[in-house]
Design a protein around this ligand. Structure first.
Ligand code: ADP
Ligand code: MG
Length: 328
C-alpha cells in the first residue's frame, strides 16, 4: 500500500505500570512486509508491547523505530501505524461507510474524497454491498471487517491487531484468519497480531515472537519455533511436544515423533495412563521413569492395529535426531 517497505524495530523497550514490570527491555526487529504473531500467555506483556508501538501507551524506557525514525514519542496518527481494537468499537449511529471514513473526517478531508476512499476500503474487505448499514445490522465477522477497513484507511505501514479473532465463533475464526492472511499479502505491509493461541499463530504467521513474563523467549519463522523450541516454556506453550529430562539435560521431542512398541522393545518403558481418540491420531499418554508424562501421537490405523489401554506396559521409541536439547 505504501509502496516502500519499512521495518519496525524495538530497542530495549520497557513498560512499567507503577512498580509493575509489564515489558522488560525487549528488543526485536520485525521483518518488513510480513505477518508476525506476538504469542504468549495472558499477562505476559503482549498488549502493552502492541500499545506502545501504536502510541496508545507511553514507553517507559527504550525506543521504537520505524524506517530508522524514532517514533516513540509521536502521537498515534503520526506514526505510520494503525491499530485494530479487540472490541471493534464502531460508532453505532454511523453507517458502515461513515465509520470507515471517520478518521479522514477528523483530518479534514472533504466529504467526496473521504467517501471515495472509504468505498475503496470497503471493496478491499468485500463489504461494498453493506455500505449503508448500521453496525448493529452486521454479523460479528462483518463488524470486524469494518474495523479492519477503518484501520487501513489511514494507509499504515504497520497494522496492529490485538486478539482480533477472539470474539468470533470457531468456524468464523478460521475463515477470518484466512482473510487476514490474504489481506496482508495483498497489501504488502506488516501485520503484527497479538494472540494467546498457538494454533492461530502457526496458521497465520511468517514469524512468531513468543513472549513470557515480560520478555521474548524465542522469535523466528513459525516452523522453526514449532520444530526447534529453545526453552521448556516454548516447547510446552507451542504444544505438540514432550519435554523429557534425561541425564544430559532437558529435551523436547514432538509427540508425533514418539512411537509405541511392545513392552521391552523401546528406548524407554512406560505405563499407559490415558488414551484419547483425536480422529487422525490417537494420543497415547504414558508415565516413564522419574514420574514424567510422555505423549505419543499414533496414526489412527496404526493404533487400532495394536491398541493399548490404561495400565498397559509399553515401549517408547524415537529417532535421536528428533530430540532437541533445551537451554532453559
Ligand atoms: P497480555 O496482553 O499479554 O495479556 P498485558 O500487556 O495486557 O499482557 O499486561 C502485562 C502486565 O501488565 C500484566 O501483569 C497486567 O496486569 C499489567 N497491566 C496491563 N495494563 C495495565 C495498566 N493499565 N495498569 C497497570 N497494570 C497493567
Ligand atoms: Mg492482551
Amino acid at each position: 500500500m505504501s509502496g516502500i517497505i519499512q521495518d519496525l524495530e524495538l530497542v530495549s523497550v520497557t513498560k512499567r505500570y507503577g512498580t509493575a514490570l509489564a515489558v522488560n527491555a525487549v528488543s526485536h526487529r520485525f521483518r518488513p512486509a510480513s505477518y508476525t504473531c506476538l504469542l504468549g500467555p495472558s499477562g505476559c506483556g503482549k498488549s502493552s508491547t502492541l500499545r506502545m508501538i501504536a502510541g496508545h501507551e507511553s514507553v517507559t524506557e527504550g525506543s521504537i523505530l520505524l524506517a530508522h525514525r524514532d517514533i516513540s514519542n509521536l502521537p498515534p496518527a503520526k506514526r505510520g501505524t494503525a491499530m485494530m481494537f479487540q472490541s471493534y468499537a464502531l460508532f453505532p449511529h454511523l453507517s458502515v461507510l461513515d465509520n470507515v471514513a471517520f478518521s479522514l473526517k477528523m483530518k479534514g478531508v472533504d466529504a467526496k474524497e473521504r467517501r471515495a476512499k472509504a468505498a475503496e476500503m470497503l471493496e478491499l474487505v468485500d463489504l461494498t454491498a453493506l455500505a449503508d448499514r448500521l453496525p448493529a445490522q452486521l454479523s460479528g465477522g462483518q463488524q470486524q471487517r469494518v474495523a479492519l477497513a477503518r484501520a487501513l484507511i489511514t494507509r499504515p505501514q504497520v497494522l496492529l491487531l490485538d486478539e482480533p479473532l477472539s470474539a468470533l465463533d470457531p468456524f468464523l475464526r478460521v475463515r477470518m484468519r484466512t482473510e487476514l492472511r490474504n489481506l496482508q499479502k495483498e497489501l504488502g505491509i506488516s501485520f503484527i497480531h497479538v494472540t494467546h493461541g498457538q494454533d492461530e499463530a502457526l496458521a497465520l504467521a511468517d514469524e512468531i515472537v513468543v513472549m513470557n513474563d515480560a520478555v521474548i523467549e524465542q522469535a523466528g519463522p513459525a516452523r522453526e519455533v514449532f520444530n526447534a523450541p529453545k526453552t521448556r516454556f516454548v516447547a510446552q506453550f507451542m504444544g505438540g511436544h514432550n519435554v523429557i529430562a534425561l541425564p544430559q539435560g532437558h529435551f523436547a521431542i514432538r509427540s508425533d515423533a514418539v512411537g509405541v512398541t511392545p513392552a521391552g522393545s523401546g528406548q524407554m518403558e512406560g505405563h499407559v495412563t490415558a488414551i484419547e481418540y483425536q480422529g487422525t491420531y490417537v494420543s497415547v499418554m504414558s508415565r516413564i521413569a522419574g514420574d514424567q508424562e510422555v505423549t505419543a501421537l499414533v496414526p489412527d490405523a496404526a493404533y487400532f492395529d495394536a491398541p493399548h489401554h490404561p495400565g498397559d506396559r509399553i515401549g517408547l521409541t524415537w529417532d535421536a535426531k528428533n530430540l532437541h536439547q533445551l537451554t532453559a
